[in-house]
Design a protein around this ligand. Sequence first.
Ligand SMILES: C[S@@+](CC[C@H](N)C(=O)[O-])C[C@H]1O[C@@H](n2cnc3c(N)ncnc32)[C@H](O)[C@@H]1O
Length: 209
Amino acid sequence: MPKSEPFDKYSSEYDSWFEENRMAYESELKAVKHFLPESGDGIEIGVGTGRFAGPLGIKHGLEPSANMRAIAKERGIDVVDGIAEKLPFDDNQFDYVLMVTVVCFLDDVRAAFTEANRILKNGGVIIIALIDRESPLGQMYEKHKSKNEFYKHASFYSAEEIKNLLTESGFKNPQFIQTIFNNPSEISKLEDMKPGYGTGGFVVVRTIK
Ligand SMILES: C[S@@+](CC[C@H](N)C(=O)[O-])C[C@H]1O[C@@H](n2cnc3c(N)ncnc32)[C@H](O)[C@@H]1O
């Protein structure tokens, strides 16, 4: 069962976070954009309300929550129903796949990465953005997750674990950048972006099929 129920129930509240934490959002967008191919046909898996696919110009999305899909559609994204572990797409179809803050909600990350590998063309890239469990922010989210409607069912991963799962799923040459070094609610200007991982709460990894 996909962990999409709280997102379905509180889709507007989820979407408002990005307005309420504008500079944290802009910092995350910048980090994802840094690794996004400038051309080609891409898809965001677990596209949510389209807060990343929309401004990044990604035309396709997949999302199990109907209410999240409805908002993403308003942002002009062609969204289909489905789950990352069983993608309704042909082999070798896309130039890139993006997943932002989705791995912590998946029932089977390995299956999702294997599926992403299948739908990518050879040489295609996967970009995964995650809350790194081992970062100070990740530790704070982990500690307080039982009080958060969205994160109480999340299983946070470390950047290292995601790197290993990507490698096991056939991806190579991982590169990392990190951002969000402060509490998102206290961020009032764009955060730095640094190579690697360890201190930033929001880590982006890019690997190649
Ligand atoms: C934290 S939100 C991220 C949404 C969007 N990527 C963003 O960053 O705003 C996680 C999303 O993953 C979706 N989701 C949960 N389980 C999923 C699954 N098995 N496959 C694909 N998406 C899933 C949820 O419905 C939700 O929209």
